[in-house]
Write a protein of this length. Sequence first.
Length: 246
Amino acid sequence: MNRRERQRGLLRKMGVDVWTLRGGGVEVAGAEQAVQVEGGESTPPEAPVGDAAQPAQPDESPQSLARVEQAVSVCRKCELHQTRTNTVFGCGDPEANWLFIGEAPGHNEDLQGQPFVGRAGKLLDMMIAALGMKREQVFIANVLKCRPPDNRDPLPGEIEQCEPYLHQQLALIKPKVIVALGRVSAQSLLKTTTPLGKLRNQTHHYGNQKIPLIATYHPAYLLRSPGQKAAAWEDLWQAREIVEGL
Ligand code: URA
């Protein structure tokens, strides 16, 4: 199977309509708009935002994922513990090459204690399937382990208090790539206010281990703007090349 055939297969799995252009490129369309991903104009990559410096804290020594999960389950470091139903530690292969990081649990995740179980989660599963994997073969986590009331954006203090848990997860899982899902995830991981559109199309590096990080759209945004699925696919492809050492 050549690259174009593989590309078309992956796009179909993400629920993106595909047809071939006369010039040989592949055009993909969501419900609202069409985006040319090959053989069309490309946007020059933005200047790198710089590596996010994440010095390891003394309390971040790796233990085991089960122990970190236990610590998360009784965490009271911020006020979100007062309104949560369950903590959402994350799920997947503890030795995964891929770590997907969302923003924070929503209503369904809070009820079930699992990340990305709602409609956005179904689309994330399709994105993972488009990469030839199942949810169990990657690790899925969030910047925050507890749901902010009414799904408001995480507060800086909440992100700061929760960050050591993410660092511990990273130190134990040692993924080959991090995929930051959405603006809040990308900006808080990279410690920047740069818009998501400018964080895409480049490889960042996260933390002391300098794990390659790719920023892409949040699946919930893709549900609202399916025309951006092709761009998200480009991001996933870039991440895949990192994992495969290409
Ligand atoms: N959105 C997120 O960012 N994370 C989840 O777990 C669910 C929805």
